[in-house]
Design a protein around this ligand. Structure first.
Ligand SMILES: *[C@@H]1O[C@H](CO)[C@@H](O)[C@H](O)[C@H]1NC(C)=O
Ligand SMILES: *[C@@H]1O[C@H](CO)[C@@H](O)[C@H](O)[C@H]1NC(C)=O
Ligand SMILES: *[C@@H]1O[C@H](CO)[C@@H](O)[C@H](O)[C@H]1NC(C)=O
Ligand SMILES: *[C@@H]1O[C@H](CO)[C@@H](O)[C@H](O)[C@H]1NC(C)=O
Ligand SMILES: *[C@@H]1O[C@H](CO)[C@@H](O)[C@H](O)[C@H]1NC(C)=O
Ligand SMILES: *[C@@H]1O[C@H](CO)[C@@H](O)[C@H](O)[C@H]1NC(C)=O
Length: 305
């Protein structure tokens, strides 16, 4: 029973929870402030290396010749400095407990593929801070995380809007993500880390990929070494998680503009104990009437899924 109509889609929706925090719950109970700050620092190191590497690879002429606004590279210099400042602040707070930078490899090949990946990474950064806030007990650290989060959200909106000519937001709520979901997205860019780094309580899941995904339409999915039929795809979107059953290797994608998707063996819980593959990022442009029905096959999804 596969159909692309909205009515059939409704039948596949097993559970929708709106306005419930947290989602993508982490199963471990060992997440204290040191762990959360090191998790944040891990992401900030990655972002700092991402921007400094791209800026050392691409000149002002490279940006302009690739069709980017002539004022954009200077703004990316500012963003690179912000990420470095985040690294310094978090390292300072952690003192001797601070994790160290790793080596990274990013798949961009041009200034415009760099700005596409920047949009994705800034969005993941926002979701990472939103999802981890619940684990912070020290009030000063919470304030620090809040102001870093809001700055990452400004980066995300600026890169998406003026630079990439896409939507600066996806809806009234960003999507909080669990530590392992974020780490799975980050891990594909990390090539090696100092062995002395403290380990984080996270899992990197096998890759989940969508083929030709469109909002409200059926899409083929594959998961590395994992049988998909009979499992569910949990779509994290804003404060909701939508579970859709996989049948014949296909899943009906909810009619939303921004989703992080994971494969789960549960129809009602998406956490480290039930996620079997992920994470695919589904982002669909929408026009000023909020209509995304003309968009399909978002390319950024496959860059990172
Ligand atoms: C979800 O899974 C439980 C346990 O397998 C099952 O009893 C229930 O019917 C399922 N709910 C839906 C809506 O599929
Ligand atoms: C960018 O430059 C760094 C050195 O700063 C290099 O290691 C990396 O391979 C370059 N990446 C690309 C995509 O050109
Ligand atoms: C290092 O981490 C431990 C365990 O969380 C904590 O007790 C200690 O205060 C931390 N030290 C610093 C310098 O933050
Ligand atoms: C990073 O790569 C360099 C060069 O390959 C290597 O010497 C260094 O040990 C690596 N650092 C880490 C933290 O893995
Ligand atoms: C998705 O929802 C929008 C309104 O939010 C609607 O215009 C569009 O027809 C819907 N598309 C599908 C495939 O259900
Ligand atoms: C989806 O998979 C079916 C076979 O299961 C295949 O016929 C179809 O072409 C695939 N669609 C896409 C877009 O890859």
């Amino acid at each position: 029973m596969k159909s692309t109509s909205f009515i059939s889609f409704s039948a596949f929706v097993c559970a929708v929870t709106a306005f419930v925090i947290p989602q993508a719950r982490d199963t471990t109970s060992t997440i204290d402030d040191t762990v959360v700050l090191n998790y944040a620092l891990t992401l900030e190191y990655l972002e700092a290396a991402f921007y400094s590497g791209a800026l050392s690879n691409f000149s002002q002429d490279d940006f302009v010749n690739d069709g980017l606004p002539e004022w954009s590279r200077g703004r990316f210099e500012q963003i690179a400095a912000h990420e470095q400042a985040h690294v310094q602040l978090l390292s300072g707070a952690l003192g001797a407990n601070a994790t160290q930078a790793c080596n990274y490899s990013f798949p961009y090949t041009s200034p415009s593929s760099f700005t596409a990946l920047s949009q994705l990474l800034e969005g993941v950064g926002v979701s990472a801070y939103a999802g981890a806030a619940q684990y912070i007990s020290n009030a000063n650290y919470l304030t620090t995380a809040a102001v870093i989060l809001s700055t990452e959200a400004r980066h995300a909106a600026w890169v998406a809007g003026p630079v990439n000519k896409e939507n600066a937001w996806s809806g009234p709520f960003d999507t909080p993500l669990g530590l392992s979901v974020v780490y799975t997205l980050a891990a594909q860019f990390i090539t090696s880390c100092p062995s002395s780094n403290p380990s984080l309580p996270v899992t990197a899941f096998p890759t989940l990929s969508f083929t030709d995904a469109s909002p409200g339409q059926s899409s083929n999915i594959t998961a590395d070494g994992v049988t998909t039929d009979g499992q569910f795809v949990a779509f994290f979107t804003g404060l909701s998680t939508i579970f859709v059953e996989v049948e014949n290797g296909q899943v009906v994608v909810p009619n939303k503009t921004m989703m992080y998707a994971v494969l789960t063996n549960s129809n009602s819980t998406a956490d480290d104990s039930t996620i079997t593959a992920g994470v695919a990022v589904l982002q669909f442009p929408f026009n000023s009437d909020g209509d995304s029905s003309t968009s399909s096959g978002d390319s950024s999804m496959n860059v990172i899924s």
